[in-house]
Design a protein around this ligand. Structure first.
Ligand code: VJV
Ligand code: CA
Ligand code: ZN
Length: 396
């Protein structure tokens, strides 16, 4: 066998509903729920399901969705028929209600079901942490960080992360949200702008004129107006194309260790958007599965209860590799899995993995040639400096 083991007295739960896979945003839309099929297939092929408690996620209820979203918006999501999407390739169609029906957030068959399943999985994960039945709860179908209270945005309709954090706050005094998707976690940041019980930290590509959503500058740390307790509790790490594993790991550990030291969270929510991997269809970083996974490893090492959610990721085979490897990290099986360089022969859709079907392909295997790294060590030092200054205003 593959030598997969179950750590004793340490509980990981996996929250998933295969119904999510069956939803389609449209033929060539980058968001492919099918990547969840590949992920689940790889997790199972390695035998990782034996090391976790597996739950079929239920759909979030109307009341759960409106714990964050307005009822006007949720009502609309529940009732809109999938009309033929108006062609809106430049996003200029201004007739769209709640930003729905454009090319980023199309209306499709079963949209409400898809949203409530994603929300239900993350919420189930939060409940397992609240009752201490799980140390780490994984929900790869969640992580939809752009959705706003009353608006869809960037492939996200329901903000499962905000809903899960609201649940965690019933039991945990302070929650640290960490976002390694290549895009800025604007929806989560905004939702908790006015509280000092949630700190949000997003690492992302920042190029306001050319890269979505254009927010998340280093200096944006939450509104400083009228004694806002949430001021200084939004941390942003803006990056350029081509960042490497070595730089990202160094920056991540520096920033997160400082945040944990000052903020003293009682729980962590880690959004693992896989569009920060090399070879992504939308992202242009140089991260390998190992570098991306090192963030999960570091957070796990903090020994706090943690929810892990998915997010972006637009080259499905790479998404599945990363999320399967990170599932192994959560259950302490990363070395067992890495030792099996070949993806198991009985993996469903194995031919989809290419690159000689290895779990941890090199940058040469993925890209031929790495992308030019546009991040200088000097700039990374400036980022640490700024974050450290912000954290002077933060205490537990
Ligand atoms: O950049 C944008 C907005 C536009 C308007 C819509 N056009 C298509 C693109 C420019 C300004 N949107 C981004 C949204 C990214 C969302 C990322 C979500 C996450 O990973 O953070 C979390 C799940 C964007 N970038 C690329 C596209 N949209 C894109 C959308 C398409 C597409 C190709 C690219 C929609 C439909 C089709 N192709 C067929
Ligand atoms: Ca991010
Ligand atoms: Zn993204």
């Amino acid at each position: 066998e593959l030598g997969i083991t179950t750590p004793k007295g340490y509980d990981v739960s996996f929250h998933y509903n295969p119904e999510m896979e069956r939803h389609h945003f449209g033929q060539t839309h980058p968001m492919k729920p099918w990547r969840l099929t590949l992920t689940k297939g790889l997790v199972t092929a390695y035998g990782m399901h034996y090391t976790m408690k597996n739950y079929t996620a239920r759909a979030a209820t109307y009341d759960e969705l409106t714990s964050f979203h307005t009822s006007d918006y949720v009502d609309f999501l529940a009732t809109v028929a999938p009309q033929p999407t108006p062609l809106d390739l430049d996003g200029t169609n201004s007739d769209l209600k709640f930003n729905l029906g454009g090319s980023d957030c199309p209306l499709f068959e079963g949209l409400y079901n898809y949203c409530s399943l994603s929300g239900g999985a993350s919420l189930d994960a939060a409940r397992k942490l609240c009752t201490k039945q799980s140390d780490i709860a994984i929900a790869w179908g969640g992580g939809l960080h752009h959705a706003k209270r009353s608006e869809a945005s960037g492939f996200c309709y329901v903000n499962d992360i905000v809903i899960a954090i609201l649940q965690l706050l019933r039991v945990h005094k302070r929650v640290l949200y960490i976002d390694i998707d290549v895009h800025h976690g604007d929806g989560v940041e905004e939702a908790f702008f006015s509280t000092d019980r949630v700190m949000t930290v997003s690492f992302h590509k920042y190029d306001p004129m050319n890269f979505f959503p254009g927010t998340g500058a280093l200096e944006d740390n939450g509104p400083k107006s009228e004694h806002n307790p949430g001021a200084h509790h939004a941390i942003n790490v803006p990056l350029n194309d081509g960042i490497t594993d070595e730089q990202y790991k160094w920056l991540f550990e520096n920033v997160i260790s400082r945040c944990v030291e000052k903020f003293k969270p009682e729980a962590i929510v880690l959004q693992c958007g896989a569009d920060s991997l090399a070879g992504d269809r939308l992202g242009k970083f140089n991260l390998l599965v190992q570098g991306h996974g090192s963030c999960v490893e570091y957070c796990k090492g903090l020994g706090l209860p943690m929810i892990i959610v998915g997010g972006g990721g637009y080259t499905p085979k790479n998404v599945a590799r990363a999320w399967a490897y990170e599932t192994a990290i959560a259950t302490n099986n990363q070395s067992n899995v890495a030792a099996t360089a070949e993806i198991p022969l009985h993996t469903p859709y194995r031919k989809n993995f290419e690159y000689d079907s290895v779990l941890l392909p090199s940058i040469e295997q993925i890209l031929g040639d790495a992308r030019q790294n546009r991040n200088t060590q000097k700039r990374l030092q400036e980022i640490i400096q700024h974050v450290t200054e912000q954290l002077r205003f933060v205490s537990a």
